[in-house]
Ligand binder design. Sequence first.
Ligand SMILES: [Zn+2]
Ligand SMILES: [Zn+2]
Length: 169
Amino acid sequence: MSADDSIRASGTSSATVLTPEGKIATRKASCSCGKLTVTTKGPDPERRSMCHCKSCQLQTGSAFAIQARFPREQVTIESKSTAWKFPIDGAKPVTYRSCDSEGATYHFCPECGSTVYYELAVAPDMIGVRVGAFTDPTFPPPMISGFEEYRFPWALNVAALPMPGGHHD
Ligand SMILES: [Zn+2]
Ligand SMILES: [Zn+2]
């Protein structure tokens, strides 16, 4: 199939491309400035997770992280990234449990700092991609939620927030 046979999903600013049958052909994840991109081919992976561990909180600056693991051969990475490894070589071991305790390498844009993808030592054939980097709400939801003992109690309870439908300034 050539690129001309595919159509962009309408109504979004995302770079999800559908086949004429409406199946996912490619998705594109990007950093904030757009220089570092990851294009994924084919069907969305089963391995989609939400993680509340402290590593994910520190690494994203958010209450939790959402990611999907794609087989390496389905992933095309464009532009240079800076890599950061956890655990840090020579550092004292951390006192908490985390999803990356076996070792992970995070790849972020040297220009804007967004982490777009990562590699896990336990799954060398896979590339983890941050789901938010697809900026496409049609991305299917996570299958599992991990490390909930570290969860911010209000996270995922939008209806209980003081102004659930509001915008912050
Ligand atoms: Zn960037
Ligand atoms: Zn985690």
